[in-house]
Write a protein that binds this ligand. Structure first.
Ligand SMILES: O=C(O)c1ccc[n+]([C@@H]2O[C@H](COP(=O)([O-])O)[C@@H](O)[C@H]2O)c1
Ligand SMILES: Cc1cc2nc[nH]c2cc1C
Length: 677
């Protein structure tokens, strides 16, 4: 049964596709000007986030859009090629997972859609089993699974077109329900064999270059899978220039549906945040049908499937999350949506603040001079933000600071170590959550590390209280900047503390200041985020560069022994470096995990780990390890790191085990040893 059956014949792709055109750029031009005027040169500090924000403003054609309403759509289908033994799981896993999404609600898609505040829609595009008894399943089935593409076409041309039309109709329905951002995902045993074949054709690559491990299969099975992809291409000879031909011969119904959702989003000026390689394969189909559709998409992460890199290159998209994901289910896109949403919220606050500060006339003049005189700057809704409630200001004490009873030796001798038992139990549970083993990559690692720091087998979301400690020598931060940082921190759920350094007091006093403030916040927070900015009269954003130059060799290794490295730090940065050192040691000593905001903070942390090796287990570097945005605005990167960490806690909290959800476990690859029911 397909709820759209009666409407499919009336839709004509030939009529619809030419209507897809790229968004304009007028709004982002206005936004760029405003940002430049508000942040007076600091707009570069947003790194790659600003272009993402502008991208959405252009798509929706609004300078100050509302908070986005998000829909995750999981398109499910089976694949005849599963008969070739290309997956680590049996075909019935597709149906079992559909029950998991809808009835037990214990899959990754449930956890991460909740984390993103998104509505979850689960769609049957072609499961090879009866799903009539599954509640809340959107019935849009094209057929009971595709045919085995290693023996002939996976589907007919008509079925391929219909799967795209279903996606278009789903997009229409999402628009009618008021959704702004679409996050398509998929589930279907053996579908990474199909997406590899699509990538080989669309990106002009060999089967070896694009065939990955999917559900984490063994070397032996991977070899076989490469052969199956090769055979599918030889048998079918898909026409590179004909997207429908590619989809029909080596695709799957869920790929067609996602391609349709992308095309529909483009028609309605909505944003699609792409997920892993399977979404990439669908985006390639949409791109071949209507190249402008790609302008309505955004990449989230670079997944572990080999084809993903080539797909994004072909589409001209830049992923910014590096979480070693190999799952699908809109996991990367859910996290990305939170990060983009947080910037959108800060942008909104910035618009409010700055229009008050600069005066409407001055703003109007500025815009007018640049040819945007017709912008209605009075049209932005007002938000009430109590600035004082958002920011703590911490000052160094007036009297001369002495080392208190907690000496450096005291910290060194009493540093805690992570709870190995809790970590092992946490990891064993994660291995048995309903997903291919290790498929949530860094998220699994972060959750396990937090378990070690807290000594709790299953840390809860409530255990991610975070204080952002931002060390600065500046007396007066530009108000718009402070407001933006405060908004960003508030949105990420971090207590924002500005710790004012008085450099005249010297490095030892700064160390004590750092350690005391950090200790104070660590008693109330499980996480301490550490940020600092440039000091002295250097141009902005130079502390990273200065420390890199002073403390690292060309190849990125540490230049000095830990003992006395401070003497090699340029004098003006010594207080900040000392304060950071004190803060990270004191935080870890109190069992708090430390989020490292910038490259400078990371360099300090690498020296700190040489002094106190136990620190390693308590530190969470964010950029470029997890997120690659080049963002410099203090706290922004740490805030993104916190969103990633929180996502991992949603995983622990919401996901069910194979046993609990009655899902089949792996029979191949590393999962075969570690998963059981
Ligand atoms: O989209 C991805 O990047 C991705 C990477 C690895 C695995 N998957 C998921 O794993 C399943 C397909 O894996 P396989 O080994 O059965 O082809 C399917 O349900 C996908 O959602 C998805
Ligand atoms: C095997 C398996 C494959 C998946 N693909 C997306 N989610 C999944 C969950 C499981 C359990």
């Amino acid at each position: 049964m397909n709820v759209f059956q009666d409407r499919l014949a009336a839709l004509s792709l030939e009529e619809i596709l030419p209507r897809i055109t790229a968004p304009g750029t007028a709004v982002s031009m206005q936004a760029r000007l405003r940002m430049a005027s508000y942040l007076s040169g600091m707009e570069k500090s947003l790194g790659g986030l600003a272009p993402m924000l502008f991208h959405w403003l252009d798509i929706c054609n609004e300078l100050d859009p509302r908070a986005p309403r998000k829909a995750v759509v999981i398109c499910c289908a089976d694949h005849g090629v599963a008969a070739e033994g290309v997956s680590a799981y049996p075909q019935e896993t597709t149906l079992e997972m559909v029950r998991n999404y809808t009835i037990r609600q214990g899959a990754a898609a449930n956890a991460f859609a909740a984390c993103a505040g998104a509505r979850l829609l689960v769609d049957d595009m072609g499961i090879a089993a009866d799903t009539s008894d599954v509640p809340d399943l959107f019935q849009t089935r094209i057929a009971n699974g595709t045919k085995n593409m290693a023996e002939g076409p996976a589907m007919t041309r008509e079925q391929a077109e219909n799967s795209i039309k279903v996606g278009l109709l789903i997009a229409d329905s999402l628009v009618a329900q008021g959704f702004d951002w679409f996050l398509p995902g998929e589930m279907g045993i053996a579908n990474t064999t199909a997406s590899a074949a699509i990538a080989a054709v669309a990106c002009h690559k060999s089967p070896e270059e694009v065939t990955g491990r999917g559900t984490n299969i063994s070397d032996e099975r991977l070899k076989k899978k490469v052969g199956v992809v090769r055979r599918a291409l030889q048998v079918n000879q898909p026409d590179t220039e004909d997207a429908i031909d590619i989809l029909a011969k080596v695709g799957g119904f869920e790929f067609g549906c996602i391609a349709g959702i992308i095309l529909g989003a483009a028609l309605h000026h909505k944003l699609v945040i792409l997920d892993g390689a399977n979404c990439g394969a669908a985006a390639l189909i949409a791109w071949k049908l209507a190249p402008a559709s790609t302008a309505y998409t955004m990449a989230s992460h670079l997944g572990s499937e080999k084809s993903h890199r080539y797909m994004l290159e072909t589409l001209g998209l830049q992923p910014f999350l590096h979480l070693d994901l190999r799952l699908g289910e809109a996991i990367g896109s859910s996290i990305a949506s939170n990060i983009l949403e947080s910037l959108l919220a800060s942008w909104h606050v910035l618009l409010q603040e700055s229009s008050e500060e600069m005066g409407r006339y001055a703003l109007f003049q500025l815009l007018h001079e640049h040819g945007f005189g017709d912008v209605d700057i009075t049209a932005f809704p007002q938000v009430e933000v109590d600035k004082d409630a958002l920011v703590d200001h911490c000052e160094m004490r007036e009297e001369e600071v002495h080392l208190t009873d907690k000496t450096f030796d005291f910290y060194l001798n009493t540093m805690p170590t992570p709870d190995k038992e809790a970590m092992a139990a946490c990891k064993a549970r994660i291995d048995n959550l309903t997903k291919p083993v290790d498929s949530l990559g860094c998220l699994e690692q972060i959750a396990t590390e937090l378990s070690g720091c807290t000594g709790v087998e299953r840390p809860e979301l409530a255990m991610s209280r975070t204080a952002l400690l931002y060390f600065t020598e500046k007396e007066d931060l530009p108000p718009a900047l402070e407001r933006m940082m405060a908004a960003q921190a508030a949105y990420a759920g971090m207590k924002f503390a500005i710790a004012h350094l008085d450099c005249a007091k010297g490095a030892t006093a700064a160390f004590d200041f750092g350690r005391e403030e950090s200790e104070r916040y660590a008693t109330m927070n499980e996480l301490i985020a550490l940020a600092a900015d440039e000091v002295g009269d250097e141009p902005r954003g130079t502390m990273d560069g200065a420390l890199r130059k002073a403390l690292l060799r060309e190849d990125g290794t540490l230049r000095y022994a830990a003992d006395g490295f401070l003497a090699h730090v340029p004098e003006r940065y010594q207080p900040a470096v000392s304060a950071l050192l004190g803060a990270m040691i004191a935080a870890a000593h109190n069992g708090a995990m430390v989020l490292l905001d910038s490259e400078a903070v990371q360099i300090v942390a690498r020296y700190a780990m040489k002094i106190v090796p136990e620190l390693c287990a308590y530190l969470l570097p964010v950029q470029p390890q997890l997120i690659d945005l080049g963002a410099l605005l203090p706290g922004l990167t740490a805030g993104c790191g916190l969103q990633i960490l929180r996502a991992s806690l949603f995983m622990l909290d919401h996901m069910k085990t194979f046993e609990e959800a009655k899902v089949s476990v792996a029979s191949d690859g590393p999962g075969a040893k570690r998963q059981h029911r």
